[in-house]
Design a protein around this ligand. Structure first.
Ligand SMILES: *[C@@H]1O[C@H](CO)[C@@H](O)[C@H](O)[C@H]1NC(C)=O
Ligand SMILES: *[C@@H]1O[C@H](CO)[C@@H](O)[C@H](O)[C@H]1NC(C)=O
Length: 351
């Protein structure tokens, strides 16, 4: 007993910062998705969907615009920190990082991507099937780097984060002249998307993934871009979009329940974003936000990507007072609040 007490201070030096009690070992975080989690992959591909210029990243470490659609870090960066893996998740295509970094944290996401390959094609970004191809290449590199046994352990025990689906509605289905709208009712499109989500999760499982958190959609009708384009009541959330998000989440939950029953050993969870996001927006004072309707960048109504740049005189001086950074994406502070909720409900629950 005495010996154990003597050992305690030493052990604290070796272990990652204390979090909640008895959290499972998570040796790596592996990310798929869209601009909500892309940490810079789009910088390396020919697309206009970019954010590797000021004022993006102005509150990131070193004030560096990395390609994250944020003034600072993303929710996935906070998950990584929570797991004790480091303060951010590097992009797989970023030449500054190698397998020694990716062995514990790696991001395959691409801003503008969707579950539907037609969505990814709109802006020539990395479709989900290509993200999987990169992941397979990563597996090969990881085995070479760690050896087969250790690599398999990492791939099995890693936390897999999937954050995708918003663009399928905003960029694709609800866009003018959408082919998908001619093909599908909204209910039919939700079924189509959740079918694609099911196939994707099954593929990850077959490749060895077990701990998977699929982030549900937020209230996509409440992002500044949609609020300002709301033709019914300008400035308020677009209920049609919010309903699509809720329908998607409900159908995804059913899909996830089915997969949990069918796939032995899977720890698959829907990370519940929608209600909490709306709660923060509706209770902004509690969280210290002055503005939850406009983005901090430029006029805050439509600017995202190249239209959010350093030449706008209107960008807010303190992004911590805003829930949204640009017309679509949350500020670092909002991401941190959301990350904490999704860690509590989902990412700290893996066994
Ligand atoms: C979409 O169509 C509507 C109605 O025709 C029009 O008012 C709006 O400007 C169009 N939006 C875009 C982004 O082209
Ligand atoms: C997350 O859990 C911690 C510890 O129980 C708690 O202090 C915090 O308020 C929770 N945060 C959210 C956003 O749920």
């Amino acid at each position: 007993m005495e010996n154990l007490l003597l050992l305690l201070p030493l052990m604290m030096l070796w272990f990652p910062p204390p979090k909640t009690a008895a959290i499972a070992e998570v040796p790596a975080i592996i990310v798929f998705g869209d601009s909500t989690v892309d940490s810079g992959n789009n910088n390396r591909i020919p697309t206009l969907v970019r954010s590797n210029f000021r004022p993006y990243g102005r509150d990131f470490m070193g004030g560096k615009p990395t390609g994250r659609f944020s003034n600072g870090r993303l929710a996935t960066d906070f998950y990584s920190e929570f797991y004790g893996l480091g303060p951010f998740v590097p992009a797989y295509l970023d030449p500054l990082y190698g397998i020694e970094d990716f062995a514990t944290r790696v991001c395959f996401a691409s801003a503008g991507s969707g579950l539907d390959v037609a969505t990814s094609n709109i802006q020539s970004v990395i479709p989900l099937w290509m993200q999987v191809r990169y992941y397979k290449e990563y597996q090969t590199r990881l085995i070479r780097y760690l050896g087969e046994e250790k690599a398999e352990h990492t791939l099995r025990e890693a936390a897999y984060v999937i954050s995708i689906g918003t663009n399928d509605f905003i960029e694709n289905y609800f866009a003018n002249a959408s082919e998908r709208k001619k093909q599908f009712t909204i209910g039919g499109y939700v079924d189509f998307l959740t079918g694609l989500a099911r196939d994707f999760i099954k593929e990850l499982y077959a490749l060895g993934a077990r701990k998977i958190g699929f982030t549900g959609l937020g209230p996509i009708g409440c992002v500044p871009l949609e609020r300002s384009m709301n033709s019914v009541t300008r400035g308020s959330c677009v209920e049609e979009y919010n309903k699509a998000a809720r329908d998607f989440n409900a159908k995804l939950q059913t899909t996830i329940d089915e997969l949990c029953a069918a796939l032995p050993g899977i720890q698959l969870k829907l990370a519940p974003l929608y209600d909490f996001f709306l709660y923060v927006v509706q209770n902004r004072v509690i969280y210290g936000f002055e503005n939850v309707e406009f983005g901090c960048c430029a006029t805050g109504t439509f600017e995202v990507g190249h239209t959010c740049n350093q030449w706008s005189p209107f960008t807010c001086p303190d992004a911590r007072k805003y829930a949204f950074w640009d017309a679509v994406h949350p500020t670092e502070k909002m991401s941190q609040i959301i990350a904490e909720h999704l860690i509590n409900t989902t990412f700290a629950q893996f066994k």
